[in-house]
Design a protein around this ligand. Structure first.
Ligand code: FMN
Length: 191
């Protein structure tokens, strides 16, 4: 059994919706336990994350970076950083924002640097954008073309589940890929 926590902040539900789709994808892989943990809960007890083999971080993009509550969670992990307690755990990141670009990359980079400072191992989003093979743009996996992490777009003030089908598909594939990486690493450790 491999365990995975998706640690996310969501003020209006879009990032929470994506966290659930990622969890669905990860659960496609047998023997994977997935827990959704809000950034607020993780900030109250960052040590609780030590129990997991992998952590996926999620935040809306606010002004080109992670949201305040997500940053507050990051900062509570300082005492774990001192002992490199997250070392060798797998990590990945996702972000939702309202504009097609919206400086989402900066948010993913903040999560990447955070994971690197903790000695974690980063897992990306290895999906060739499906619009290149003729899938309609709205339906295409990785239509936004992000490999360093998952990006998704939700219209400003739209309902929490108002995502293009392609973004939902991307989230599920992203979760599945992360779970696959968790299990593959475990197999290599045994070899
Ligand atoms: C303070 C604030 C800053 C934002 N900054 C950006 C931004 O830089 N780029 C962008 O595309 N959208 C930006 N947005 C829009 C949010 O990223 C978007 O509404 C997102 O879906 C919110 O996620 P949530 O529903 O999980 O809270 C911002 C929203 C707020 C409230």
């Amino acid at each position: 059994m491999k365990t995975l926590a998706i640690v996310y902040h969501s003020a209006h539900g879009h990032t929470a919706h994506m966290a659930q789709r990622i969890a669905e994808g990860a659960r496609r892989r047998p023997d994977t336990r997935v827990e959704l943990v809000t950034a607020e809960a993780a900030a109250a007890n960052p040590e609780s994350l030590l129990a997991f083999d992998g952590l996926i971080f999620g935040s809306p993009t606010y002004l080109g970076g992670v949201s305040g509550p997500f940053k507050a969670f990051m900062d509570t992990t300082g005492r774990l950083w001192r002992g490199l307690r997250f070392r060798d755990k797998l990590a990945a990141g996702f972000t939702v924002s309202s504009l097609p670009a919206g400086d989402k990359q900066s948010t993913l980079m903040a999560m990447f640097v955070f994971a690197m400072q903790h000695g974690m191992q980063w897992v990306g989003n290895p999906i060739i954008p499906e619009q290149h093979s003729g899938v309609p743009y709205e339906d295409a996996a990785n239509r936004l073309g992000s490999w360093s992490g998952l990006m998704a777009q939700a219209g400003h003030a739209s309902p929490p589940d108002a995502f293009a089908p392609g973004d939902v598909k991307t989230a599920q594939l992203f979760g599945e890929n992360f779970a696959r990486a968790l299990h593959r690493l475990a197999q290599e450790a045994l070899a």
